[in-house]
Write a protein that binds this ligand. Structure first.
Ligand SMILES: [Zn+2]
Length: 299
């Protein structure tokens, strides 16, 4: 049975008018249940991540600042969310959901987190709504426990996975692949093991062609586990992304990734990443389709 991490604390109240769409974290599990694509037994509520696991991927000083809510104002502004104890707890739960999801994926082939994909968080900084890097934390956990030997991170959010790239810059066991809008945030990019920057306005045909070309070559790294970051801010309707994929194109992107994992016997943990279309329905529909596509391929 495919497992999905979700906790009511994922839906954290933010000040009125905030640009970060928190509502999707409430609506996605509701819609998945309503459609009958999942059942409630598939949802699990993650606890708070153990501090030791934070420190395996993040700098002790940075973590201390988060924990004590003492991050300097300019570093808080870089995160773009008002720092609070609840927000830090939310991030710890999300990261724990990804760690446990990775363990479930080893059993079931695939597992999801209804949040996460906090790929802008680097070893000693938070940025772009990300405090702690959930998939980096989970990758280090699997490697440290000897559960996997080599990891592949496929990051297809419209924004570059700069934090993930930095955390694993010197770790040859982890191959980081990011395909993203070139002219988009973060404006100072890190170097992933493979970066494919895309021009503004790229649509379904070019995006899917590039992805289909590149996936087979990723096996040269000999991964035995995949973390997939499935941001839906690649949609034409997105107000932060500058790409122009349709919903069908976004679904085909997910299908290509999941089929690649399935064909090579690679377990995959999926974190959601961004989605900022003005209509919440567009965001929720696209994310839910990622869940359905993955579950259909692995079930
Ligand atoms: Zn994004």
């Amino acid at each position: 049975m495919v497992k999905i991490a979700w906790h009511e604390q994922y839906v954290h109240p933010l000040p009125e008018g905030h640009r970060f769409p928190m509502l999707k974290y409430e609506l996605i599990p509701q819609q998945l249940l309503h459609q009958g694509w999942i059942s409630s037994e598939q949802l699990f509520a993650p606890d708070l991540l153990n501090e030791e696991l934070v420190l395996r991927s993040h700098d002790p000083k940075y973590w201390e600042h988060l924990k004590m809510l003492s991050l300097p104002p300019k570093d808080q502004r870089r995160i773009g969310l008002p720092l609070s104890r609840q927000l830090v707890e939310r991030e710890l739960r999300i990261a724990q959901g990804t760690v446990e999801g990775a363990l479930h994926a080893l059993e079931d082939g695939i597992a999801f987190n209804v949040a996460g994909g906090t790929h802008h968080a680097g070893s000693d900084w938070g940025e772009g709504f990300c405090l702690l890097n959930d998939q980096a934390i989970a990758a280090n956990y699997l490697l440290d426990k000897g559960l996997v030997g080599r990891v592949l991170i496929i990051d297809l959010d419209v924004h570059q996975g700069n934090g993930t790239a930095e955390i694993f810059a010197d770790d040859r066991r982890v191959f980081t692949f990011s395909m993203h809008g070139d002219k988009n945030f973060p404006f100072r990019k890190e170097r992933s093991d493979l970066d494919i920057p895309l021009a503004d306005g790229v649509g379904d045909a070019e995006f899917l062609k590039k992805l289909a070309e590149v996936l087979p070559g990723l096996m040269h790294h000999k991964p035995d586990f995949v973390f997939y970051l499935s941001g839906v801010d690649i949609l034409d309707s997105d107000r932060l992304g500058k790409l122009c994929l349709s919903k069908a194109g976004c679904r085909e992107r997910d299908r290509l990734v999941f089929q690649f994992c399935r064909d090579h016997g690679l377990p995959v943990q999926v974190s959601m990443g961004g989605g900022y279309s003005p209509q919440i329905k567009d965001i929720v529909d696209a994310h839910c389709m990622t869940f359905k596509t993955g579950i259909d391929i692995f079930d």
